[in-house]
Design a protein around this ligand. Structure first.
Ligand code: UTP
Length: 289
């Protein structure tokens, strides 16, 4: 299976929509039923074959680094009490051998494009990189692995996509698929990509969600990308400038865990998974136990 060696996780945002929960706790560590958002994201990257995880974080979010640290006292205590099942749950959140995590700080939240550019310094080699936004939780099938499978050298970008209601387009990057662009399986070439369009001007209702496979040329393009919508450096603008844009219809179910209601829906979905009343996500080691 084709694999993505490096995945960048932009996790430096302030998570203001989730206040007050995110006043002290990073959004990425909020639990969805029993598991932090970040853990789902890491498992998805591993399912895509990632060996190098690059966290673009913020100095105030040190708890994210703590999540990856071993917890010998906790493990010893669980072992001493004979709690083998919980010990296994704690151990399963360790990274497998051969996978490394690197932290890069984005001191100011200057936008998603800027965050991805911050990650460039930790990228090795010239292959495509994956990007996962952990607050877009996709359950049921590992979207980034599907995208790694669909990636071809002829593409410059492959971006997870789903249709949204017209009144919501101004919250998303929206694809312009042109007249009658053929859809080849889940992949559709796009002629344009615009961040947060006005609903009256939006070229379609096909919206980007937080999974990207990007050719390494993206970093040079980002270096020359100025501020866009909201006064931030937009990844959408760099992808549009690079050309060779492709939208990918993933097969899982996406939950917007950057919003309170999306978090509740996701929590109920994971509860159903844990109780076996929904199809379990096979890529989640915790879910499988
Ligand atoms: P969001 O806009 O959804 O995250 O960015 P946010 O800014 O944390 O949330 P709100 O709007 O204040 O509630 C999408 C992703 O991009 C990251 C965020 O951490 C999130 O994972 N991001 C965004 C950065 O890492 N740096 C930025 O400058 C902007």
């Amino acid at each position: 299976m084709p694999r993505l060696d490096t995945v960048i996780f932009p996790v430096a945002g302030m998570g203001t929509r989730m206040l007050p929960a995110t006043k002290v706790t990073p959004k990425e560590l909020l639990p969805v039923y029993d598991t932090p958002l970040l853990h789902f994201a890491v498992e998805e990257a591993l399912a895509a074959g990632a060996r190098r995880l690059v966290m673009v974080s913020h100095p105030d979010k040190a708890a994210i680094e703590d999540w990856f640290a071993p917890q010998p006292e906790l493990e010893a205590s669980l072992a001493a009490k004979g709690k083998a099942d919980l010990l296994e749950v704690v151990r399963s959140s360790r990274l497998p051998d051969g996978v490394e995590v690197t932290f890069v700080m984005q001191d100011e939240p200057l936008g998603l494009g800027h965050a991805v550019l911050c990650g460039a310094e930790a990228v090795v080699g010239g292959g495509p990189v994956g990007v996962i936004l952990p607050d877009d939780l996709i359950l049921g099938s590992p979207a980034l692995a599907e995208m790694a499978e669909a990636w071809t050298g002829a593409m410059r970008s492959l971006v997870a996509a789903q249709e949204v209601p017209r009144e919501r387009v101004s919250s998303y990057g929206i694809f312009d698929c042109g007249e009658g662009t053929p859809e080849r399986g889940p992949v559709r070439a796009a002629t344009g990509f615009v961040e947060k369009p006005d609903p009256d001007d939006a070229p379609s209702r096909l919206a980007a969600v937080g999974r990207y496979v990007l050719g390494s040329a993206i970093f040079d393009v980002l270096r020359g990308t100025g501020t866009g919508a909201g006064g931030e450096v937009q990844l959408t603008d760099a992808i549009a400038a690079m050309g060779g844009i492709h939208a990918f219809r993933f097969s899982g179910t996406r939950h917007d865990c950057g919003s309170k209601d999306g978090m509740v829906e996701a929590t109920l979905a994971v509860q159903a998974m844990r109780h076996g009343s929904a199809r379990a996500a096979p890529h989640l080691r915790v879910a499988a136990e």
